[in-house]
Design a protein. Structure first.
Length: 300
């Protein structure tokens, strides 16, 4: 089976658009798609300083790799969440990836910073919620204090489509108004972008393999993966029967997003009395969860 564009053997069969591509033409296709996503949704400007947050997994490593290859000014941040061997392994992969890509890597270790891992906080919130709040806070404060213009995450098309699908299934529509390839910055919130927004998980895996990026495959031991995974499976079954389902689902969502924006309430924000970051209450969720009396600083 030949590549659509040259004489070489096909490396991958894409179903939407339908075509066979050799390794070289697949790599070019993938990178052009990231470039077009950045232009179409106005994610980044050429001279911006970008912080790619890398987990040690495939998506964020591929994000950093492609942005650098497209000529963007990138640095990476990895957060070691203090979840035993899993976090140790994740950090090792993040280090290895950044070394291989020659991208500067910053590491924040939650246990060194806050005395405990995210799984050891006793309280009313589930671990995944504590972990999510902690990661988002550190991504943002690190980027803000060090003058980055944007935070890039590795979210791919499958992540986005299953998130929207799951939230619609439960009519948790209040999350959907802010969902999309870009969340503009405002005040002390740094802009967030998703350069792999239109690429499937399968394409990301194939790209990582083609360019030789190694990554951690294990899931976090606290993973809430089960339900998300079943939404991903359902969408993949639909995609198989009718190629283009996932991309058309998220494009349709973006066209109708204004329906969900009306649900966004204008809540006035205060400055957290511990750290000064924006919050609805007196103290922000991060400072409350970690019982802080003094702000943590990330300035490098
Ligand atoms: P998740 O919420 O685990 O699906 O991860 C979403 C994105 O957040 C990933 O694509 C990464 O860009 C980033 N991310 C997740 N975990 C970490 C981590 N421990 N350190 C840095 N970035 C992370
Ligand atoms: Zn070819
Ligand atoms: Zn705070």
């Amino acid at each position: 089976m030949r590549c659509k564009f040259c004489e070489k053997d096909a490396y991958i069969r894409l179903h939407y658009p339908k075509m066979l591509l050799c390794e070289e033409h697949f790599i070019a296709y993938f990178e052009r798609k990231v470039e077009r996503t950045i232009k179409k949704y106005k994610l980044l400007k050429p001279n911006e300083r970008i912080l790619v947050v890398v987990s040690g997994g495939k998506d964020s490593a591929v994000t950093a790799y492609v942005l650098k290859k497209l000529g963007y000014n990138v640095e990476c941040l990895h957060i070691n969440l203090g979840i035993g061997e899993y976090s140790q392994k994740s950090e090792e992969y993040a280090r290895k990836q950044c070394k291989q890509m020659s991208i500067p890597l910053h590491i924040v270790r939650v246990r060194e910073l806050l005395g405990k891992g995210v799984g050891e906080i006793k309280g009313s919130r589930p671990t995944c919620s504590i972990c999510g709040i902690t990661k988002r806070y550190i991504f943002n404060k690190f980027a803000y204090e060090n003058g980055f213009d944007a935070i890039a995450t590795g979210h791919n098309l499958d992540d986005e489509a299953s998130f929207i699908f799951g939230n619609i299934m439960h009519w948790n529509t209040e999350y959907l108004g802010k969902q999309g390839p870009i969340l503009p910055g405002e005040g002390k919130f740094v802009k967030k972008v998703k350069p792999l927004y239109e690429l499937t998980e399968r394409e990301v895996v194939a790209y990582a393999l083609a360019v030789g990026i190694e990554y951690i495959i294990e899931e976090c031991p606290f993973s809430r993966g089960a339900t998300t995974l079943s939404y991903k499976q359902i969408l993949n079954q639909m995609e198989e029967k009718s190629p283009g389902t996932k991309i058309n689902f998220i494009k349709g969502f973006l066209r109708k997003k204004s329906l969900f924006e009306v649900e966004l309430k204008e809540i006035p924000l205060n400055e957290c009395k511990v750290c000064g970051m924006p919050t609805q209450g007196e103290r922000c969720a991060f400072c409350r969860i970690w019982h802080l009396d003094e702000p943590v600083n990330f300035k490098i």
